[in-house]
Design a binder for this molecule. Structure first.
Ligand SMILES: [Zn+2]
Length: 297
């Protein structure tokens, strides 16, 4: 477990590195964050269902409730690292039900039930299960095509994914591979010659990565240090409910959920989700920012 940051250090982080945001949209909807003038479409990819549930469902729900479309898309079910058939356990669960799991389809159905019940608490967030193979998650042509197809189907304005340069050993290796896979697929989804001809190419406007402020504030130079914190006060309760439904498979309890909030909290903001905003493409800076000095200096 990481050491909690001091209050002073957290204040410093807030002032120097991260901005608290009402949602993942700046600019066109900023005047009235409760209403989308032009609805966003958010697709949150995660290596595993737990990554989407933990990382972004407060933010996704906030967007969905104001009229944006939000879809959670775990790339895999994570069965490869959760199911231990010899031991008769699944994740942190070991009981009569897990002991009966004999085949991969049985294990998938068992876990899929937890995930779908958790996402059902988060409506109107949509849930789409992609079912790629995990542990390892291959960054290969079939998987790139599968992710690019999802991008062309939903046509997101905002994609959420793992950071592609996060430390290899920071959590499960599928996380970094998922970031790599999704970023490559975002680029390939723009190419007319890539993938099936059935859906037209699509360009994503904004890419946001899951962030972690537990220790990272110490390394502000690190590429994957969180630089945006979304205030999810209004959706935190629904997220907690979903986390507790999914909880038994990961040993998550009301207490650990509370500890999780504390790790990313800032003074006055107890329920935040940390993200790393990748630089958006700015076309003609002076036209989109009239009156601003060169490069904001
Ligand atoms: Zn994961």
């Amino acid at each position: 477990m990481s050491k909690p940051a001091t209050r002073l250090s957290r204040r410093k982080l807030l002032a120097s590195a991260a901005a608290i945001s009402g949602g993942l949209t700046y600019g066109r909807a900023a005047a009235d964050p409760q209403k989308s003038a032009e609805p966003e479409i958010l697709v949150a990819f995660g290596a595993h269902p737990a990554d989407v549930l933990n990382g972004a469902t407060g933010t996704l729900l906030k967007h969905a409730l104001r009229g944006d479309r939000a879809i959670g898309v775990p790339l895999t079910l994570g069965i490869g690292h959760l199911w231990k058939p010899r031991d008769g356990s699944f994740g942190r669960l070991k009981n009569d039900a897990t002991a009966k799991l004999r085949t991969l389809p049985e294990a998938r159905a068992f876990y899929s039930d937890y995930v779908q019940r958790a996402f059902a608490e988060l409506k109107p967030i949509e849930y789409r299960q992609l079912d790629l193979k995990d542990s390892p998650l291959a960054v290969d042509r079939p998987n790139l095509e599968a992710v690019a197809e999802i991008i062309r189907e939903y046509r997101p304005t905002i994609v959420i994914t793992h950071h592609p340069t996060m430390a290899v050993l920071a959590g499960h290796p599928d996380h970094r591979d998922a970031g790599d896979l999704v970023l490559r697929a975002i680029m390939l989804a723009m190419e007319e010659t890539f993938g099936s001809a059935g859906r037209s190419p699509h360009q994503v406007s904004r890419i946001v990565c899951y962030g972690d402020v537990s220790d990272r504030w110490k390394a502000l130079g690190q590429a994957d240090a969180a630089n945006m914190l979304v205030d999810v006060e209004t959706t935190a309760k629904a997220k907690e409910k979903a986390l507790l439904i999914h909880g038994p498979t990961f040993g998550v309890t009301a207490e650990t959920v509370g500890e999780g909030w504390k790790r990313s909290a800032q003074p006055g903001y107890p329920h935040l989700e940390p993200f790393v905003q990748l630089r958006p493409v700015v076309v003609d800076y002076l036209r989109t920012n009239p009156g601003r000095p060169w490069l904001g200096a």
